[in-house]
Design a protein around this ligand. Structure first.
Ligand code: SF4
Ligand code: SF4
Length: 99
């Protein structure tokens, strides 16, 4: 991945972390508008670096135990879905154009 892509993805991580802790209304609004479902491709677990909790079979070792909030709530908006696309994946979620 190119350096500017890595920086872009990293910025997205920080943005999500901030949102889940300090923009709770925004998060609630986004989640109620979100459609689709996770098909467990694992792309969002490999943003900028591979998460050490991700197994070779793309399973999360801490799923149902202590999975971070920012993981549980992904994706929060179209930018997050665009990040998945940038990394070569196809997220199972989508956001309607207008909400
Ligand atoms: S903690 Fe689990 S869900 Fe979060 S990035 Fe790692 S493997 Fe993915
Ligand atoms: S990129 Fe989307 S579909 Fe893939 S694991 Fe993450 S949330 Fe699920």
């Amino acid at each position: 991945m190119k350096a500017n892509h890595t920086m872009h993805i990293f910025t997205g991580k920080v943005r999500r972390l901030f949102a889940v802790h300090f923009r709770k209304e925004y998060v609630a609004r986004q989640l109620s508008a979100r459609e689709g479902e996770c098909h467990q491709c694992g792309t969002c677990c490999n943003f900028s670096f591979a998460c050490p909790m991700l197994t070779r079979r793309k399973l999360c070792l801490v799923y149902g135990l202590c999975r971070p909030l920012s993981c549980r709530l992904f994706p929060l908006d179209q930018k997050d879905i665009d990040d998945v696309t940038l990394c070569g994946g196809t997220c199972g979620y989508r956001f309607p154009r207008e909400h």
